[in-house]
Design a protein. Structure first.
Lengths: 235, 334
């Protein structure tokens, strides 16, 4: 069984072609990154702003949590059968638009919740000192609140990234794009090793993305830089 | 009314939207170079009053002038750059090195990085932190007392004429607090900056303040006076209770020695004198030396010359005389 999985994955012919692993993998990555970028562009600015104001976040978090409460599969089905339909959508393939919308809705809650909470809960003493010394609201946000909130904001984005990648797999259930197609194809043809191979690919992809995200986060977080220097100077 | 008021609050009040009155029509004048303490129980409006001076809280009525200019006519962000601000939480930026923290306000003013850095190093020296050791550390690597020294340095970086302090030494342990208070007094004398200092600790208030305003609930000033008069002649029962039953002891620390209450050196040998104290000392210091040496008297000198001896009786007479002076001054003023 594991041998079958291994030989399936190492057979170059399974990777090539328009229904090969490479094409489906690229599609899933494109889908994941696109929906994440849209969710960041749509969700991050209002969440950060509300966090800076320190109010209204409750509403934003609850609205975005609707995306968490409703199963993505249900959203996907409704969208694919409804007005958006399941036509080809550019490089995203069949039912591409429906999948994108469902994934964006799914990516919003962790991004919005983390961003709002991160900024709203920056040490009030630090913010008061910043205002008291004559920083404008914009500068308090840019020089103090955002750098200090960055770790938690980035954690939200990272969570969304990995969740979206994993969830993108279900697009195959409406014959949509992505690595899920390897799994559904295996089911349809009673090739268990292909089902397992597809699952392995999704899992490995999630781990790789998580790793990349952690490295990016480490690089972008001002507090980590500070604590690294502290650790280095410790006797 | 003094003509040299640096800060003048006239009829200043703050009522919140829900009807809570935090401060009730307050008048307060702080003279140029003066260190004034606002003291009172929690919730009495002393912090609110302080924050209205730099407009972190907007007053609902009244006017606040700094150096003759109404603060409400000025852009609040620019106004705050000209006023030092120190808070109990310190509020250093944890992601920036100490030097960068102190450079913040000069940079806001548009100074070059080189000038700001130079200024920041001077200030670290001024507050007793060696720049070579501390400039490149992060706030979390400093003790609470050291962090507040940086907080004071940061507030003074732009040479503000006015410094507002909100319980700045409230979070450090008592020994460190005493040292910070001493050093801050020295700093205040050196720089001549006008200071408004909020504390809930009456000991801290009488120790530091040139004058002390005792706040009662509802943002009303119960008494605004020198520490000696506050302790010796509390205006009402509330103030008397607030300054406490040990106010007599505290008065020793704010009442200077008077040569008139010394006794002559006749018949006293050098061996009886023990350690002599300076004629500029307070009665508190005199009593402490008296108790320590257990001699029943203590020599007092003016420079190298002995001017007399002080006995417990003399201390008692000095305290009574100080009270009598206050009474005269009060009736003369009234």
């Amino acid at each position: 069984m594991l041998g079958d999985v291994f030989s399936y994955l190492t057979d170059g012919s399974n990777w090539s072609g328009s229904t090969g692993i490479a094409a489906f993998g690229a599609q899933q990555l494109l889908l994941t990154v696109t929906s994440l970028v849209i969710a960041v562009v749509v969700g991050l600015p209002p969440a950060l702003y509300l966090g800076h104001r320190g109010r209204g976040g409750f509403l934003a978090i609850n609205i975005s949590n609707v995306g968490r409460a409703v199963p993505v599969f249900a959203v996907l089905l409704v969208l694919a059968l409804g007005p958006i339909g399941s036509e080809e959508f550019g490089p995203f393939g069949r039912a591409g638009l429906a999948t994108l919308v469902a994934l964006v809705l799914f990516a919003l809650p962790p991004i919005i919740t983390n961003a709002y909470v991160a900024v709203a809960e920056v040490d009030p003493g630090v913010v008061e000192a910043a205002r008291g010394m004559g920083m404008s609201g914009t500068r308090v946000f840019g020089s103090v609140e955002l750098p200090l909130a960055m770790p938690v904001v980035l954690t939200g984005v990272r969570l969304a990234l990995v969740q979206v990648w994993a969830t993108a797999t279900i697009a195959a259930l409406v014959a949509g794009p992505g690595l899920g197609r390897v799994i559904t194809r295996g089911f349809a043809n009673h090739r268990t090793y292909e089902v397992v191979a597809g699952a392995v690919l999704v899992a490995v992809g999630a781990l790789v993305l998580e790793l990349v995200a952690v490295l990016v986060q480490r690089y972008a977080d001002p507090m980590r830089r500070a604590s690294r220097e502290i650790a280095r100077s410790a006797p | 009314m003094s003509s040299d008021a640096m800060i003048r609050l006239s009829g200043v009040g703050k009522t919140y939207d829900d009807g809570t009155v935090a401060v009730h029509a307050l008048d307060l004048e702080v003279e140029r170079g003066e260190l004034v303490c606002l003291v009172g129980p929690s919730g009495c409006g002393k912090s609110t009053t302080l924050k209205m001076i730099n407009r972190l809280i907007e007053p609902t009525i009244g006017t606040i002038e700094i150096d003759g200019r109404d603060v409400t006519d000025q852009d609040p962000v620019r106004l705050r750059r000209g006023i030092g601000y120190v808070i109990q939480e310190v509020g250093l930026f944890p992601h920036q090195k100490i030097i960068a923290n102190v450079m913040t306000v000069p940079l806001l003013y548009g100074e070059s990085r080189a000038t700001a850095r130079e200024r920041a190093r001077e200030l670290l020296e001024l507050v007793g932190l060696d720049p070579a050791t501390y400039a490149d550390r992060y706030p979390s690597q400093l003790s609470g007392g050291q962090q507040q020294r940086v907080g004071v340095a940061r507030a003074l970086a732009a040479k503000p004429p006015v410094l507002l302090m909100d319980e700045p030494f409230g979070a450090v342990d008592p020994l460190v607090r005493l040292r910070l208070q001493d050093e801050f007094l020295r700093l205040h004398r050196e720089l001549g900056v006008t200071v408004v200092f909020v504390t809930h600790d009456i000991d801290e208030a009488v120790r530091l303040g040139d004058r002390v305003a005792v706040f009662a609930a509802g943002g009303r000033i119960a008494q605004y006076d020198t520490p000696a008069r506050l302790l010796g002649r509390p205006a009402d029962d509330f103030v008397a209770e607030f300054v406490g039953s040990t106010s007599g002891l505290r008065r020793l620390d704010v009442t200077p020695l008077d040569p008139a209450h010394l006794e002559p050196l006749d018949g006293v040998t050098a061996g009886d004198l023990g350690a002599a104290i300076d004629v500029d000392s307070t009665l508190g210091h005199a009593l402490a030396v008296l108790l320590r040496d257990d001699a029943g008297l203590v020599g007092v000198r003016d420079g190298a010359r002995f001017v007399g001896v002080l006995t417990p009786n003399g201390i008692h007479r000095a305290l009574r005389a100080a009270l009598a002076e206050m009474t005269e001054a009060t009736s003369a003023a009234g």
